[in-house]
Write a protein that binds this ligand. Structure first.
Ligand code: PHE
Length: 456
């Protein structure tokens, strides 16, 4: 029996046995946080857009796309882990909720309306539960292309304002294995010009963001450790890999004592431009996660807050009238209105034979690196993301994080036991112990009924 047709904002889809998208996820589609006036995600988008005034902005591209758009058009190999149902929300075998804004790269290059564009949008990934991960988040993609005239690129490089921040960039542009020149299509000089334009443009973006974040920390209502830091901003480029760019990089910023990945980028694979019908053009692309940046700009401690409809949250932010460079944007830091008590509850169970949840992957554009690491395995019966989603389905935004606190393999039977600590805490009110117990009981039942585990 095939499931009934699914209608989303007037579009009709035919789910099949690949369907793994719960209604709670589909209902996020209509929220469009990146377009809500005065929402921190929207303010962050506008701040970055202000550094690319001549680019075309695409802010309303629909999130349900084909696997061709999300993966194949970007040269993802057939066995890439991102394609698995444990990581990606499917509607049917060839239809997914986009996992990144790059899903629109090829189409946007094909439309070829301008040499530079930005795409801001909601993206969807099955993932861990903690204060920096949510199955729906927002990315901004940017790209710039040129006709094959290197001189034009260098003239554009010269037009990018100097920022005076020290940048570490120790690696040569080309690494023969890890970051090869696309020798069939590009000369080393062309790639040098594109790479320079790419790096200067994105350095300008992070200097803008982090200067604004520091100003907010210094002048905001809440004193923060960054306020005292007089150290100059530190930025560095590291080699990276993406299926659709070569060479590729990540940009990292030294923030509160750690190197933080801010974005991924690279020289667009020429095959993508060729397939998009613009073989005479070449250029770069980047992608960044808006939540990760908004959290540090506004000092927002929990990613669930972005989804709040509570005026105590929404009422705290206002978009600056303009984002002119060097102007004090007067961004306000988030003032916590209250922290309600947490109700941690543990659940321990035996996995069905032959299943071990693998650790979840992370990328520079996902809200932040995944938390607790798990033993990695290629088995499929129960995936940690299935556990996460089950908890999310029961407890919604009343779960703050889910952590593996113990794992154990029986020496004789070889069976594996896991213990998770689920931290129930609402952002809006105090959960009673009884309410948390009711949620937890439901989680336990579903773990048995849905995933076939045996409770201990
Ligand atoms: N789409 C990539 C991600 O989600 C980011 C990226 C975009 C990398 C464009 C290179 C070029 O992590």
């Amino acid at each position: 029996m095939t499931p009934p047709a699914l209608s989303v904002e007037g579009r009709t889809y035919r789910p099949d046995e690949w369907m793994n998208t719960p209604p709670s996820i589909l209902s996020a589609i209509s929220r469009r946080l990146h377009l809500q006036p005065n929402h921190p995600i929207s303010i962050t988008r506008q701040l970055i857009e202000s550094r690319f005034p001549d680019y075309k902005y695409h802010n309303d591209l629909f999130p349900i796309v084909t696997t061709h758009q999300n993966f194949d058009s970007l040269d993802f190999p057939p066995d890439h882990p991102g394609r698995s149902r444990t990581d990606t929300y499917y509607i049917n075998k060839s239809t997914v909720l986009r996992t990144h804004t790059s899903a629109h790269q090829a189409d946007t290059f094909r439309a070829n309306q301008s040499s530079g564009y930005l795409i801001s949008a909601d993206v969807y990934r099955r993932d861990a539960i903690d204060r920096s991960h949510y199955p729906v988040f927002h990315q901004m993609e940017g790209a710039k292309t040129w006709d094959r005239l290197t001189e034009g690129i260098w003239a554009d490089v010269a037009a990018i304002p100097a920022h005076g921040v020290a940048v570490e960039d120790p690696n040569p542009t080309i690494h023969p294995e890890r970051n090869p020149l696309q020798t069939d299509f590009h000369s080393a000089e062309e790639v040098e010009a594109i790479a320079t334009h790419l790096k200067r443009s994105l350095e300008d973006v992070v200097v803008t963001i982090f200067s604004a974040a520091r100003a907010a920390a210094t002048f905001g209502a809440v004193a923060s450790p960054d306020a005292i830091t007089e150290e100059p901003l530190k930025v560095r480029w590291v080699e990276a890999y993406f299926p659709f760019t070569s060479p590729s990089w990540e940009l990292e910023v030294f923030w509160q004592g750690d190197w933080l990945e801010v974005l991924g980028c690279g020289v667009v694979k020429q095959s993508i431009l060729n397939n998009a019908g613009v073989p005479n053009r070449l250029g770069w692309a980047f992608g960044l996660g808006l939540e990760r940046i908004a959290m540090l700009l506004f000092n927002i401690p929990d990613i669930r807050l972005f989804w709040s409809r509570d005026e105590r949250f929404l009422g705290q932010f206002a978009a600056p009238a303009n984002f002119e460079k060097g102007r004090d944007l007067g961004l306000s830091r988030f003032v916590p209105y209250s922290k309600y008590p947490a109700c941690p509850k543990d659940v321990a169970f035996w996995l069905p034979a032959s299943s071990t949840p693998p650790a979840s992957a992370s990328s520079p554009t996902a809200p932040s690196p995944a938390g607790g690491l798990l033993p990695v395995s290629s088995s499929t019966a129960v995936h940690e993301n299935d556990i996460m989603e089950l908890v999310r389905e029961v407890a919604g935004d009343s779960v703050e994080d889910v952590r593996l606190i113990d794992s154990f393999t029986h020496p004789k039977t070889g069976r594996k036991s896991l213990c998770y600590r689920i931290n129930y805490r609402s952002l809006e009110r105090t959960l009673t112990n009884e309410e948390a117990n009711t949620l937890h009981e439901k989680v336990r039942e579903r773990l048995v009924g849905r995933l076939g585990v045996q409770l201990r």
